[in-house]
Design a protein around this ligand. Structure first.
Ligand code: SF4
Length: 382
């Protein structure tokens, strides 16, 4: 079976979910209601990782099957200002050196926490109507751009011909230092990589000309399997650098031990952790998955304390409209303030002063800038 044929076996309906777990008529109605807005698509491989006896608490299940909290309308569909950074249909230019191309609206699986919920898997596609030649022309005419991220959706859901075409256009651009592919296929659909030797051959060939990175997205240690390890191994064997981004998610990895296990195992398979992201207040996502910033910082720091230097080389950051802000840590003794005589007043406040630093900035003047904000214990975004 080709990978495209394998994807036809994905489960996409409430009725298909009944093959795995009992579903009352009411649950099926609620699920259908959600699927009318946000599609479900789960590979059989990913479903095989669910502990079906305890599916309701299972992190893999919660990452792939909708719950009614997706009906919550709070939040926004564009939490990092993607619309304002769009220069051509499907092409965003927010940070001076980086261009982001939304190459497709398809993914092997539609993750419930996706921050591009506004577009993944939906029929109407304005944002991914990208012409690869137009994208390459834009990049060629912007010498300040030194890297491009091919994302989506999932860039490995493009056909091999489309991937080859992008590389053929982009690899010769002299001021590009590297090309990144954003893909969750090592996590959700490793056979896309392990069973398609042509894909690896294409990547190996163009990697001779321009360094290729694969940025993938493991969120839980249970996602690291023999198959996913093999997918990462094949990429690395072809000379591709593999890095991982994780999102801190309530009920999935908001536990220092689970996060530490994930970080350690990522290093062991060669997918070195590079960012842990604060979950964004995306409509249909934030209510279910967001962890408040202070609590999140404590979890991440506690996990960091349990791992070696390689596994702790990531940053914990928020991808905000103004840039990627790293959470450095609270101002020491911040609840007490500087004036000991004023202590009783300040101690009444539940706010903690958090130090942030711009690791990437939309306005170059902000790059590296450190700033402090008061955070209360429930606050999950700035
Ligand atoms: S693979 Fe990425 S883009 Fe696709 S649904 Fe998951 S998080 Fe979103």
């Amino acid at each position: 079976m080709t990978w495209k044929q394998q994807l036809q076996e994905n489960i996409t309906t409430a009725a298909q979910l009944r093959e795995y777990r009992p579903l009352s008529a009411e649950e099926e109605r609620q699920l259908d209601n959600i699927l009318a807005k946000y599609p479900m698509r789960v590979t059989r491989y990913y479903l095989s990782l669910v502990d079906w006896e305890h599916y309701e608490e299972d992190p893999i299940y919660r990452l792939c099957v909708p719950t009614i909290s997706e009906n919550d309308l709070s939040g926004s569909f564009d939490t990092s200002g993607e619309g304002s950074n769009t220069k051509l249909p499907g092409l965003q230019h927010k940070y001076r050196e980086t261009v982001l191309v939304l190459t497709t609206h398809e993914c092997a699986m539609y993750c419930r926490h996706c921050f591009r919920k506004r577009l993944v898997g939906l029929d109407e596609q304005k944002e991914t109507a990208i012409d690869p030649q137009a994208a390459a022309d834009y990049i060629a005419s912007h010498p300040e751009v030194n890297n491009v991220l091919l994302s989506g959706g999932d860039s490995f859901l493009l056909s091999n011909d489309a991937i080859r075409y992008y590389l053929e256009l982009l690899a010769p651009i002299p001021h590009l230092d590297f090309i990144r592919f954003g893909t969750r296929t090592p996590v959700t659909f490793p056979s896309r990589i392990t069973e398609d030797t042509e894909l690896i051959d294409i990547l190996r060939r163009y990697n001779q000309q321009k360094q290729i990175f694969v940025i993938t997205h493991f969120n839980h240690p249970n996602e690291i399997t023999e198959q996913s390890r093999e997918a990462v191994r094949l990429l690395r064997e072809a000379g591709i650098v593999v890095r991982n981004q994780t999102v801190l998610l309530r009920g999935i990895n908001d536990d220092p031990q689970i996060l530490a296990n994930l970080l350690r195992r990522l290093v062991s398979i060669g997918a070195v952790p590079y960012y842990i992201f604060q979950c964004r207040p995306v409509t249909g996502v934030g209510t279910q998955f967001q962890v408040p910033l202070l609590e999140g910082w404590r979890i991440v720091e506690s996990a960091r304390g349990k791992v070696d230097g390689q596994a702790k080389s990531f940053r914990f950051a928020m991808s905000h409209p103004t840039g990627k802000m790293e959470l450095i840590g609270p101002v020491p003794d911040s609840k007490r303030g500087k004036d000991p005589d004023n202590r009783s007043e300040i101690e009444k406040s539940s706010a903690t002063r958090m130090i942030f630093k711009y690791n990437q900035a939309k306005d170059p003047k902000d790059l590296g800038r450190i700033f402090i904000r008061d955070l209360d214990e429930r606050q999950a975004w700035l």
